[in-house]
Design a protein. Sequence first.
Length: 72
Amino acid sequence: MSKQEGKYGNSVRYMSLATQWMVMLLLAFWLGWQLDFKWIAWKLPVFLIILPLLSLSFSLWKLIKEFNKPRK
């Protein structure tokens, strides 16, 4: 491992995970909004609540899995 990788390796790793998390949440909110208010036209935002919670659960599982694997 070079000095460059050692110095910025963890920062880049955390930034990429945070970016993935935010993109996943934004997509879940957008899809929930589209499903609830545009396509199905429900007044109660069921998918707007369920999809972000599912994406948070999935991303937390992925985060735990990522940090528990050994680093090379």
